[in-house]
Design a protein around this ligand. Structure first.
Ligand code: SF4
Length: 309
């Protein structure tokens, strides 16, 4: 199999928003092509909703819609299994189940899947996972190792640049609202983009709790919860702890029905005092008008509290 001909499909959902630079750089470094599903639209959302069980969270429904959009358009679709980075550093069980779920839902298609596993508790770190994936693709281990190291470097540099941009935004004059959400929630057009778009049009500066130095955030998360076991939730908690005194309001944005967010958002609501909070839980029926009305009222509450309404 010639590497140049291999096309890897990347569903634009869930961990894509965290690892897009890592994945793209890795595959491109090995001479492969990456194909990304288009931004979420009504068709992707409806397709994913039809493929998922009713109890699935909206983010998972969107993910399945993106996988469906890639079926037949690439040699492999990437569906990693990310379980944990170690003790008390777990990922939501959806990320653990992703490859099995995709395999099962798309079992009648001839689409090949590609996966890697991160389970540090079972002594499989991310690099091990990538080396195994490279081997499965028939690439020389040395080239795979080099590609992984370059990709990791690019991913960290990309995140650092985004964090620096947030710092600059944070120093700007004007009303600032922090969005506490998973990156796929904050960036998906059916979820967070709707919120950030409205805030910007209303002259509010949206900041992101997940765009912070991850190690520093995990340390600060203990102020709000010393026992939270989900890695991404700890980063968000830490992001809230780091920024709570710099913002005028906080939006807890989640996809219905998210187990980790139900607990973590309740915790933030109980422990972060003195800053207006809006709990926004979106599902596939959430219309733009309804969301905008709630955002408008929230901005009015902030202005009223600050005496500028
Ligand atoms: S953390 Fe919540 S929104 Fe994300 S995949 Fe898990 S249940 Fe869904």
């Amino acid at each position: 199999m010639e590497n140049q001909t291999i096309k890897i499909g990347l569903p634009r959902a869930l961990l894509y928003y965290r690892y897009r630079v890592l994945w793209r750089t890795f595959f491109q470094d090995l001479g492969m092509e990456t194909v990304v599903s288009p931004p979420t639209d009504r068709e992707i959302l409806e397709r994913g909703t039809a493929l998922a069980i009713d109890e699935a969270c909206l983010s998972l429904k969107i993910y399945l819609g993106h996988v469906a959009a890639l079926v037949g358009k690439c040699d492999y679709i990437l569906a990693p299994r990310v379980s944990n980075f170690g003790r008390h550093r777990s990922f939501c069980t959806r990320f653990e189940a992703a490859p099995d779920l995709v395999r099962n839902v798309f079992r009648d298609s001839r689409q090949e899947l590609l996966s890697y596993e991160v389970d540090v508790l079972l002594k499989k770190d991310e690099e091990d996972g990538f080396l195994e994936m490279g081997r499965a693709l028939g690439c020389p281990p040395k080239a795979v190792k080099k590609a992984y190291r370059a990709a990791k470097k690019a991913e960290l540099a990309h995140h650092k640049a985004r964090v620096q941009k947030q710092e600059q935004l944070c120093r700007r004059e004007g009303m600032k609202v922090l969005i506490a959400a998973h990156s796929y929630g904050a960036e998906d057009p059916a979820l967070g983009r709707m919120v950030t778009g409205y805030l910007k049009r209303a002259g509010v500066i949206p900041l992101r709790a997940d765009l912070v130095d991850r190690d520093a955030a995990v340390k600060r998360s203990r102020e709000l919860s010393p026992t939270c076991k989900w890695e991404i939730s700890r980063e968000i908690l830490g992001g809230v702890a780091l920024r709570r005194d710099e913002v005028d309001g906080i939006i807890l944005l989640s996809a219905f029905p998210c187990g980790p967010d139900a607990m973590v958002n309740e915790l933030i609501a109980r422990r972060v005092k003195g800053v207006p909070l809006l709990n926004l839980v979106l599902d596939s029926q959430s219309g733009v008008a309804g969301v905008e009305t709630r955002l408008e009222s929230f901005i009015d509450i902030i202005r009223f509290k600050e005496g500028t309404l």
